[in-house]
Design a protein around this ligand. Structure first.
Ligand SMILES: [Zn+2]
Length: 311
């Protein structure tokens, strides 16, 4: 019921964007972008409206104010998508109803996916019905590391098996960077812990949050051996110091992995971070224009097997 009310509230906003797109050609002049890491108002810890975004390392003073409601998150996220010509977003939340609300309000703009917190909270049996019905098309973000659960934990095996069975792409939080939750374990974010999963499911398409930052050597080793493993460039573009982000990105590109890196914003409840994330890549002067287009669009299109459908 309240979902219907929300959609009615969103209708005038969508009309507004439709008219704006006619009078603001600059957004359309931008080459298309795919955002591989978006959330439908989701953030895995309770935060009041107006709360600042995360930053590392402490002490640090981030700029920004968290949105108050899913409606505000949607409206502001879509506004930024229009402005930067983001044609598609890999969208997840633990609240599947909110994901479906966003998909309904902006058809063909999102790949609907469940955010997996602690294994079992969204049971695989329930998710199976959603995939079979075509209501979900991605797996993850799998955020089990936030609760100390590593990728090779048997509790996650049914989720990887489900993704393999339905051949949907998987986003997993496997990095040495994450929210301040009591269960978060840095050691559980080592990309090497994903190895047995990739051996078990050789055709599974998996991408790692922040390309495993800062486990650079481990990430390179894994990507060299497993061709279906990709990495996103998400919160590292706005949570950590910009030089550290650029240094990591340049190291991956120098290692020859520029065709397997994908833009993501991980905007959570700070939609303005999407633009900041885009600009952090645009200003990387060690990247050629072709390499930037690969990161912003081409690599994700290949990973998602879009076959040019959105160009
Ligand atoms: Zn995320």
């Amino acid at each position: 019921m309240w979902a219907r009310t929300k959609n009615l509230l969103l209708a005038p906003v969508l009309l507004l964007f439709a008219s704006l797109s006619c009078v603001a050609p600059s957004a359309q002049e931008r080459a298309p972008i795919i955002d591989m890491h978006m959330h439908a108002h989701h953030i895995p810890l309770p935060l009041p409206a107006g709360a600042p975004p995360p930053c590392r390392p402490f002490p640090c003073q981030p700029e920004g104010a968290a949105t108050a409601t899913p409606e505000e998150s949607f409206q502001k996220t879509l506004e930024v998508m229009e402005r930067y010509n983001i044609v598609l977003g890999f969208l997840s939340s633990a609240d599947l109803e909110t994901v479906q609300d966003w998909v309904a309000a902006a058809p063909d703009r999102f790949i609907a996916s469940p955010f997996i917190e602690e294994p079992g909270e969204l049971p695989p049996t329930m998710l199976r019905e959603e995939y079979a019905a075509g209501r979900l098309a991605g797996m993850g973000e799998i955020g089990a590391q936030l609760y100390g659960v590593a990728p090779n934990d048997p509790a996650l095996a049914p989720y990887f098996a489900l993704a393999a069975e339905f051949d949907v792409p998987v986003l997993i939080h496997t990095a040495g960077l994450g929210p301040s939750l009591p269960g978060f374990r840095t050691a559980a974010g080592n990309p090497l812990l994903l190895e047995e999963v990739l051996v078990r499911h050789p055709n599974l398409r998996v991408f790692l949050e922040n390309s495993g930052y800062p486990f650079l050597d481990e990430m390179i080793a894994m990507m060299y051996h497993y061709p279906n493993l990709y990495g996103d460039l998400s919160t590292m573009s706005w949570v950590i110091p910009r030089p550290a982000f650029h240094q990591y990105l340049e190291a991956l590109v120098r290692a020859g992995l520029g065709k397997r890196l994908m833009f993501g914003s991980d905007q959570m409840r700070w939609p303005e971070k999407i633009g900041e994330a885009i600009e952090a890549i645009e200003e990387a002067d060690f990247l050629s224009e072709e390499q930037k287009r690969d990161i912003f669009y081409n690599n994700a299109a290949r990973f998602l097997r879009l076959e040019g459908g959105f160009e």
